[in-house]
Ligand binder design. Structure first.
Ligand code: NAX
Ligand code: K
Length: 665
């Protein structure tokens, strides 16, 4: 146990184990040239560290993180191997997940892969030449359609999706249908995605063009899904509502935007709102629902019962506060979707006006508006025709954006509805962006322009108290690293390495930790790189781990030496052969005339070693180990009152121990 003023239980530190190491020399100008950087680490009896999967984080502390089951701790071996094993296993899982994500994305895109660009490929399918065939299959695919005697297709509304009291039967001719379908197929296609997405690079879809659906196309897609493709409206609504809730959670954290009013209309758009409210509740928000025109169908009654069972309050229009911003951080507009016609009738006219006036408010903090699929009251194709409609801050388009979304100028546009089967995508040439990882939503369009100075997160973390801190900072690192692994953070072993050469100018870059060997932090690099040069001039360096999803960072400062040649040799040959060749190709930090030079050299070496023979480790490639003399564990807290616990070495009864002190945030 340790507290601010207490010295912790004696615990042997690893500082100053090298007699040549000047422990207290922090000055970059300190003359270190006499200390050989490659002096071997003296053997000692320190226990080896394996990055076993300890977790310290209460799962309920972060609503966005679902803790993953963690594999058994690696047995402690007295070598770097135990660490490598853990990192290797973790890396394999990450690679498998990435592969699955790529496969999924690949399915969507495979039909466009044949052309030099997606646009060319789409046109190259020679759709026009086989229009009749496509029309036929499109017609067959339109569940609930029928052809009358004079050749017109008349669409029968799907029983659940159309619950309108003023539903009209719509009749379209073959020509109109042809125009509609060719409009979808021949519209400008996505071009920018010519490179393969992988892993979380999929997180932001960077298109220079979108597919937009007309009102009619939206209805057709809906009917195809619920007709021949076997979906039920309940399923689609559940997925749509979940997409909406996850989109909201991506932008508006419950810590700042907990009070959510969901205004639900009489149709499926309203149903999406009911589902979203339920998920938001489970995500940690406090939803309240206004549902003035209830539909008596079992689906909707069930959704209401589910909300009531969670004690989610319902409020009539009359009981809503005159200024919604007083009571709500977020207003979800789930009044009308793609079946809206004309002007909103009571009571929705009043509700739409309230949302319009919200946006005109100049108050310090007004409620943000989230529109599901269509900003209610907007023309489904023309958008906000006279500019007096709702101006949502976040629009969540479902399945594919409708034409009106072109007029959306708000900061956040997401696509939800990760359920479109390839048959629909192909039939309508619906080009959809890949969704990142396991996410139900993807941001489309440009990320908002942000004022960097205004970017701040109000962190919610459990408090990190002195009595929870391990006596040995290596064990504390080990615990937090385990947490980072457990919640699935990407590359938790990535660290910023800062070095300072003899000119006194610092430089930083990200490198990957390859292990905590005994008490040293080990990484590998090119011994002729800038960092290596600077380390040869000044062997003091700083490491910084930033584990964003956990609101944590760890600073490690210490003295750096090269690892033994045997260790470098062993690690080099454990790397994939491509990485081994890459290490030979790259004269790190030197100027190259172009990428082609690297490719050429790589190809030559690939051929040279194609027989599987041993790729020799370049002499200028190897590892470093940093022996820490200071640690700081930082955890973000509400109102900037962050936790900062610093470990520094001291001596008690001639025994080296670590002193833990709290620093002001
Ligand atoms: N595959 C899809 O495309 C999916 C669609 N879903 C949702 O379903 C929505 C479409 O649902 P619906 O077809 O039920 O239609 P809407 O929810 O768009 O609205 C139709 C209802 O609004 C009423 N209405 C229409 N115009 C009105 C006016 N001027 N004043 C007052 N009331 C008016 C109608 O009488 C009807 O009750 C989509 O926008 C989307 O939110 C999701 O639930 C699931 C997936
Ligand atoms: K809406």
């Amino acid at each position: 146990m340790s507290s601010v003023d207490e010295i912790p239980q004696p615990h042997p530190t690893n500082t100053n184990t090298n007699p040549s190491q000047p422990r207290d020399s922090h000055s970059p100008n300190h003359d270190v040239s006499s200390q050989p950087i490659n002096s071997p680490t003296p053997p000692d009896s320190r226990a080896p560290i394996s990055l076993h999967d300890a977790t310290t984080l209460p799962t309920e502390s972060n609503p966005y993180i679902t803790p993953a089951p963690v594999s058994d701790p690696a047995p402690a071996k007295n070598t770097l191997d135990s660490v490598k094993d853990v990192l290797g296993r973790w890396g394999k899982k990450a690679a498998e997940a990435t592969k699955r994500a790529e496969d999924l994305a690949g399915n969507m895109w495979q039909h466009l892969k044949t052309g030099p660009s997606f646009a060319d490929a789409a046109v190259g399918r020679n759709f026009r030449a086989s229009l009749d065939t496509v029309l036929h299959s499109a017609y067959i695919g339109l569940g609930g359609s029928r052809v009358d005697d004079n050749g017109s297709i008349s669409k029968v509304s799907s029983s659940e999706s159309c619950n309108s009291d003023d539903e009209e039967d719509e009749c379209v001719s073959i020509d109109a249908l042809a125009t509609a379908i060719s409009h979808v197929i021949l519209k400008p296609q996505f071009r920018a995605l010519s490179t393969k997405f992988s892993g979380t690079q999929q997180a932001m879809a960077s298109f220079d063009s979108f597919s937009y659906l007309t009102q009619r196309e939206a209805v057709e897609v809906d009917e195809s899904l619920m007709g021949p493709l076997g979906f039920s409206v309940d399923q689609l609504m559940e997925l749509a509502g979940l997409s909406v809730a996850t989109s909201i959670a991506e932008v508006y954290k419950p810590s700042d935007y907990s009070r959510v009013l969901t205004i639900c209309g009489p149709g499926n758009n309203g149903g999406d709102g009911l589902v979203a409210a339920r998920h938001l509740h489970h995500f940690g928000y406090k939803p309240l629902v206004c549902y003035p025109k209830r539909t008596q169908k079992p689906l909707y009654a069930g959704l209401v019962t589910q909300l009531e069972a969670l004690s989610i309050p319902f409020m009539s229009v009359e009981d809503l506060p005159s200024d919604l911003s007083d009571d709500f951080d977020v207003v979800v507009d789930a009044m009308f979707g793609f079946s809206f016609h004309g002007s909103p009738r009571p009571p929705f006219d009043d509700l739409v006006n309230r949302l319009v006036s919200l946006h005109n408010q100049i108050s310090q903090k007004r409620s943000v508006i989230i529109s599901i699929d269509i900003p209610s009251g907007w023309h489904v194709e023309e958008g906000d025709v006279d500019g007096t409609g709702i101006k949502p801050d976040l629009l969540v388009s479902l399945t594919a954006p409708k034409l009106c979304a072109k007029k959306f100028i708000g900061p956040h546009h997401f696509l939800g509805g990760r359920f479109v089967p390839p048959a629909i995508a192909e039939k309508y040439n619906l080009i959809l962006p890949p969704y990142p990882g396991t996410s139900m939503c993807v941001r489309i369009g440009k990320p908002p322009q942000v004022d960097i100075s205004a970017m701040r997160e109000n962190y919610i973390s459990p408090e990190f108290l002195e009595e929870q801190a391990e006596a040995d900072p290596i064990n504390q690192f080990h615990k937090w690293f385990g947490d980072a692994l457990a919640v699935g953070l990407k590359e938790p072993n990535a660290m910023a390495l800062s070095t300072v050469g003899k000119d006194g100018k610092p430089s930083s870059r990200m490198v990957l930790l390859k292990g905590v060997d005994k008490n040293d932090f080990v990484w590998y690099t090119n011994y002729e790189s800038q960092k290596a040069r600077e380390l040869s001039e000044n062997p003091h360096a700083s490491l910084l781990f930033h584990w964003d999803g956990l609101n944590r960072q760890v600073r490690v400062e210490g003295y750096v030496q090269k690892v033994s040649d045997e260790e470098s040799e062993q690690y080099f040959h454990s790397r994939p052969r491509g990485s081994q060749i890459g290490a030979i190709v790259s004269k790190q930090s030197t100027v190259v005339p172009g990428r082609h030079v690297l490719h050429q050299k790589y190809k030559e070496l690939e051929q040279k070693y194609a027989d599987g023979s041993l790729i020799p480790k370049p002499k200028n490639w190897g590892g470093y180990r940093l022996t820490p003399h200071a640690f700081e564990f930082w955890q973000g807290q509400k109102s900037r009152l962050h936790d900062r616990l610093r470990y520094s070495p001291c001596e008690i009864n001639e025994q080296k121990v670590w002193k833990v002190e709290r620093l002001a945030p």
